[in-house]
Design a binder for this molecule. Structure first.
Ligand code: NAD
Length: 260
């Protein structure tokens, strides 16, 4: 018996088996959920489809969150082929790589729009299409990072996007709460993934995070996945509108004690 037995959920944002979304998928599958997936482009389909199949998932469809027509088509397929939803996990972000190193004040309007569109607005776009498909007791979770509330070197415009994402969680929780739908964010510590490799000096960031964490180590996809599975389950039925840190306690500390 798993605590997600009988639940159906969408996992958005698997690129490969290092993705945080994959850690979430494995945890939700272990707890008994039936899962559906998206992929961005044919190249990623070749990675995502075989992974999804290992969890017995047959719903694996294209979705580019930058495109309203793609969003509409994806959620129409969800309604038609996957059916009613109990939860949605949004684990998607993107920014121009050049913006993720060096100065923030040089950010262009175009780069600002791109980062905010894919990394923050896309959660609203998914939520508004998923909510009508949700059963009572539905839940949504998105992935944030400490750069939303602190100035983290190189994180730059992505920090601004995560601040917008965290605020969106609160407004979505306010809107959807009366329908019995809960909305939360996880603020994960740094984990080596495709997206993370775009952040300048990411290796240093990971070292600092491990030194400054109360647990004296970084967290894993599996640990984030377990918290996400809990948040979308009925065990978290009284929890909404919150940002939950899964960072080994880094954010409560005074920083990296080993820093020069
Ligand atoms: P990842 O590269 O594995 O996942 C990012 C996903 O975003 C990919 O699957 C990619 O296909 C998808 N994506 C990008 N643009 C898209 C678009 N237009 N349409 C649809 N999908 C699109 O990296 P990850 O680290 O697992 O990132 C997942 C989430 O976790 C992101 O929101 C990221 O900011 C967040 N996060 C990551 C870390 C970390 O250190 N890795 C820490 C905190 C939060």
């Amino acid at each position: 018996m798993g605590f997600l037995d009988g639940k159906k959920g969408l996992i958005l944002g698997v690129a490969n088996n290092k993705s945080i979304a994959w850690g979430v998928a494995e945890a939700c599958h272990r707890e008994g959920a039936e899962l559906g997936f998206n992929y961005l482009g044919e190249q990623l389909e070749r990675r995502v489809r075989p992974l999804a199949e290992t969890l017995g998932a047959s719903f694996v469809e294209p979705l580019d969150v930058a495109d309203d027509a793609s969003l509409d088509a994806f959620f129409e397929r969800v309604a038609r082929d996957f059916g009613k939803l109990d939860f949605l996990v949004h684990s998607i972000a993107y920014a121009n790589k050049d913006t993720l190193k060096g100065a923030f004040h040089t950010t262009t309007r175009e780069d600002f729009h791109l980062a905010l569109d894919i990394s923050a607005y896309s959660f609203i776009a998914c939520a508004q299409r998923a909510a009508p498909l949700m059963n009572e007791g539905g839940a949504m979770v998105t992935m944030s990072y400490l750069g939303a509330v602190r100035a983290v070197p190189n994180y730059n415009v992505m920090g601004v996007a995560k601040a917008a994402l965290e605020a969106s969680v609160r407004y979505l929780a306010q809107d959807l709460g009366p329908s019995g739908i809960r909305v939360n964010a996880i603020s994960a510590g740094p984990i080596r993934t495709l997206a993370a490799s775009a952040v300048g000096d990411f290796r240093k960031l990971m070292e600092k995070s491990a030194r400054g964490a109360m647990l004296k180590r970084n967290v894993t996809q599996e640990e984030v996945g377990n918290v996400a599975a809990f948040l979308v389950s009925d065990l978290a039925s009284g929890v909404t509108g919150e940002v939950h840190y899964v960072d080994g306690g880094f954010h409560i500390g005074a920083g990296d004690p080993g820093v020069e």
